[in-house]
Every structure is written in C-alpha cells, then in structure tokens.
Ligand binder design. Structure first.
Ligand code: HEC
Length: 160
C-alpha cells in the first residue's frame, strides 16, 4: 500500500473512532486524558511510538516543547488547529497533515496533553501540566492559523 493510501486509511479510521468515542469525564467533571488519547492513538499508536514517515512519535520532544512558552503554544495549536509540515521530529522528516481535533473543549485539550506528557512520554524535562485556562488563551492566540501555519511554528517550539 502506498504511504498516501495508508495515511488516508488511518485518517478515516481515526475520524470514525473519534466520532464513536464520547469524551468521558471523571465524576468531578474533569475530562479523562486517557480516553481522549484513544483518538490520537489511531495515528500516533497506543504507545506514542508513531509510524516512521507517516505519524511522528510523541516522545521526549513533547516534554522539551512543554518546557518553553513557544513550545506550549505549539502543542496547544497542533491539537486545536492541526499541523502540516514539512517538520522534523526525532531526526526524521514528516510532511503529512494532522487534522484539527474537533469536539475537544479546553479542559479536554489540557487533559490529553497532560496524559501525553506524563503517561505516554516518561522521559525528558519535568512536565508542567496544562490547565484549561491556559489552553483558552493559547487557542485564542491561533484562531487565524492554518495547519501549515502551525507547522511553521515547529522550528521555534524546541522540538528536534
Ligand atoms: C489522523 C491522524 C492523527 C491524529 C488523529 C492525531 N495526529 Fe498528531 N500528528 C499527525 C501527523 C500526520 C502529524 C505530523 C504532521 C506532518 O506530517 O507535518 C502529527 C503531529 C503531532 C504533533 C507534533 C509533533 C512534533 O514533534 O512536532 C503532536 C504534539 C501531535 N501530533 C499530538 C497529537 C495529539 C495529542 C492527538 C490527539 C488529540 C493527535 N496528535 C491526533 C497525525 C495525527
């Protein structure tokens, strides 16, 4: 199967999965990051290892990015606006498209990034959790940006 066909298939599967998965909230109303992550796993895989050449790994870079203001903005906008390269992640080039992840409110975006930064990525700099209020501000800072525009923010995000 060509890489493009594999990408289309995976994207379709991800969309179907996202539609089938309601965002479950804990009894106190906090969305469950692990539940939200199921939609990310459709592309980035359950462990976050990704698929070389198609879906980048969610690895220590994520924690490096989360350690700077520019990187935190990039991470929030990747989820809320999508991202399209060319970008280099862990030394490998990617030039695909991650669609904006619709249907996630600010608390759910914070929850999934916190799940990635703690349960999926276990090495790298200390991880400072995102709050819903922080996501509100970061999301608002990028409402005019396309996925390609977000890709251009990668270089200054601290990711390698
Ligand atoms: C339909 C497949 C798909 C889904 C679903 C998806 N992603 Fe992505 N993601 C990608 C692709 C593809 C890229 C790289 C874009 C490129 O090739 O330019 C990417 C890039 C990223 C990056 C940037 C990595 C870096 O080092 O710059 C992060 C962070 C990320 N995704 C997190 C998530 C999270 C969190 C979710 C779930 C809320 C998610 N992704 C859902 C396909 C997906």
């Amino acid at each position: 199967m060509s890489r493009a066909a594999a990408f289309t298939l995976a994207a379709g599967a991800a969309a179907a999965l996202a539609a089938a998965l309601p965002v479950r909230a804990a009894p106190d109303g906090t969305p469950d990051g692990a539940t939200v992550f199921a939609r990310c796993a459709a592309c980035h895989t359950k462990t976050g290892a990704g698929v070389p050449g198609a879906f980048p790994p969610l690895g220590p870079d994520v924690r490096t990015m989360a350690a700077s203001a520019a990187g935190r903005r990039y991470l929030a906008l990747v989820v809320t606006r999508g991202v399209s390269g060319p970008i280099t992640v862990a030394g490998k080039p990617y030039a695909g498209v991650m669609p904006a992840q619709g249907g996630l409110d600010d608390a759910a975006v914070a929850a999934v990034l916190n799940h990635v930064g703690t349960a999926i990525v276990k090495t790298g700099p200390d991880f400072k959790p995102f709050t819903a209020a922080e996501i509100t501000g970061l999301r608002a800072s990028g409402t005019a940006l396309s996925a390609q525009d977000v890709g251009k923010l990668h270089a200054a995000s601290g990711g390698q």
